[in-house]
Design a protein around this ligand. Structure first.
Ligand code: F6P
Length: 530
């Protein structure tokens, strides 16, 4: 590690010896000092365990590690993804940068949006009439991004209903199509590679479902999104309904590409373009703002602080926004598939802890499940809260309650309630001494638990695009700090290969050389399946 990374240790030692109450008590300007905004997007990190010197060390580390040069290299089309020898071009899809290979991004987008509008208007329709439902079949980035965005932008949907099937478990497809009319359903097969086992198996089953209702007309009910045009053609999808994207778009960064087709069918071209514009606005900020005022950089460095200086291995991502229900799952793939690496870009062992475990659920539900541990458990789990000032449902009483809870959780985590305070309150409320002694230790909250709160005006297409891009760039910056390639995913390969080898064993063939645990479980499965 460079000297700058090590210099975080002395700041961490100083800050571990104090707590958030003390930090707030000694600095009335703390909120102003440690919060930032880009237009209506506000990021408050005043409840992180940092001070001005630690913050300066963090931005110094970003500078020392060459974040600006790395960003500029990515923007200029350098093959930043070394192991796959590819550029990283997702910003180009939303107008935030030039396409790395000069390809016709605008033309490709127009073609996809024209088809989306044709489906919406019924210009492209089934024999039985306009499509009422769209089923997207994909997995990972070919599912999580569009599914999350579709769910988030449901108030903007004025096109067909959208459904998403990802799991190879046949229950996913079966439950999704159970109440759909195949004669009015469009199936989109979304796969960058067009080889992913789950997607291809679901696509074949979906085609059979369509064929059982519309026979030879099933082809009209299918479209594809892929970088593998030959694969889509071999599957039998007409070229006029195959929408491509380039290999410089990573799967988990692909929602901006033709992978966004189901979303575009749901919300229309105008709102889809607004979503892209939101992403581009964050790109412009990321490319231009000085490190100290650069939101993705600041969020990234807070993550580095949490992970490397404080040694906290997980992060809870809690949107106080039901429509962001799938946002933690999307960010989970974005972050953990990008930065869950133990080898540096040039093949050496990483010398510091890398990507944290990201997980979460929307508030307020989360409060009634795992927040107990966040408040009183023995581990410190930093939380990222997200909330919108305005609800898009116009129900102010619900929204007021939602926001009050969001603010209250951040407050309770940071400042807690000491045992002395608990005792005083219980005394005030007339409790007996014996009851106070019995319950006070249980009712005390240690506090000093960090969180960052992200607030924007409302969850519009533009705001959602901006929010996703914020997290994408955060992940990129952390990859630079940890010197890892955030754009490959070799860690998913071994399981895929082993699964392929185990199918024959599950079908009853003798497969030599199995470990005893796998052989034992295969025997149990065989016995239980008879
Ligand atoms: O197995 C991981 C992965 O390659 C992800 O990176 C990707 O988003 C997902 O599988 C789906 O891949 P594809 O779009 O090629 O079907």
């Amino acid at each position: 590690m460079s000297a700058t990374m090590q210099s975080l240790d002395s700041h961490a030692a100083r800050l571990k010896a104090t707590d958030l109450r003390a930090l707030f008590n000694t600095d009335p300007q703390r909120f102003r000092r440690f919060s930032m905004n880009l237009d209506d997007l506000h990021v408050d990190f005043s409840r992180e365990k940092i001070d001005a010197a630690a913050f300066a060390a963090l931005t110094g580390l970003a500078r020392d590690r060459g974040v600006e040069a790395a960003r500029d290299a990515m923007v200029s089309g350098a093959h930043w993804n070394l192991t796959e020898d590819r550029a990283v071009g997702h910003m180009a899809l939303r107008g935030g940068a030039e396409a790395p290979d000069g390809s016709d991004v605008a033309g490709n987008l127009d073609r996809m949006l024209t088809f989306a509008e044709d489906v919406r208007s019924g210009r492209y329709a089934a024999e039985a009439g306009p499509f009422t439902d769209v089923v997207n079949i994909g997995i990972g980035g070919s599912d999580l991004g569009p599914a999350m965005v579709a769910w988030a932008l449901e108030p903007d949907r004025d096109g067909p209903r959208l459904h998403f099937v990802s799991n190879v478990d046949g229950a996913d497809l079966a439950d999704t199509v159970r109440d759909l009319d195949p004669a009015r359903t469009l199936v989109i097969v979304a796969s960058k590679t067009f080889t992913t086992l789950e997607t291809m198996m679901n696509a074949r089953s979906a085609r059979a479902w369509l064929q059982s209702a519309v026979g030879d007309d099933a082809g009209r009910h299918m479209a594809a999104v892929s970088s593998n045009l030959a694969g889509a053609a071999a599957f039998g999808i007409a070229g006029s309904r195959v929408f491509s994207f380039r290999d410089w778009v990573g799967g988990r960064y692909s929602v901006w590409s033709s992978i966004g087709l189901p979303v575009a069918i749901g919300i229309g071209a105008g709102d889809f373009r607004a979503f892209l514009a939101g992403g581009a606005s964050m790109d412009q900020h990321f490319r231009a703002a000085p490190l100290e005022k650069n939101l993705p950089v600041v969020l990234a460095m807070i993550g580095v602080w949490r992970r490397n200086a404080m040694g906290w291995p997980t992060v809870a991502l809690i949107p106080y926004d039901q429509r962001l229900e799938r946002f933690p799952a999307h960010v989970q793939q974005l972050d953990m598939e990008s930065n869950g690496k133990r080898t540096t870009r040039h093949g050496n062992p990483a010398t510091a802890a890398t990507g944290p475990v990201i997980w979460g659920e929307p508030g307020t539900n989360a409060q009634h499940s795992f927040f107990q541990l966040l408040h009183q458990g023995t581990d410190i789990i930093p939380v990222d809260f997200i909330a919108a000032a305005q609800s898009r449902d116009g129900n102010s009483a619900h929204h007021t309650a939602l926001l009050a809870n969001c603010l209250a959780q951040a407050q309770a985590l940071a400042f807690g309630r000491t045992e002395a305070e608990v005792r005083a309150r219980m005394t005030e409320q007339g409790a007996e001494a014996e009851e106070i002694n019995r319950l006070a230790p249980h009712r005390a909250f240690p506090g000093d638990r960090p969180s960052t709160t992200i607030i924007h005006r409302a969850l519009t297409p533009f705001a959602l695009g901006r929010l996703i891009a914020l997290f994408e760039h955060k992940v990129f910056v952390q990859g630079v700090i940890w010197d890892i390639n955030s754009f490959d995913q070799w860690g998913v390969e071994l399981g895929k290969e082993l699964a392929a080898g185990l199918v024959p064993a599950l079908e009853g063939e003798t497969v030599p050389g199995l470990d005893s645990a796998t052989a034992g479980l295969l025997a149990v499965l065989k016995e239980l399946s008879e």
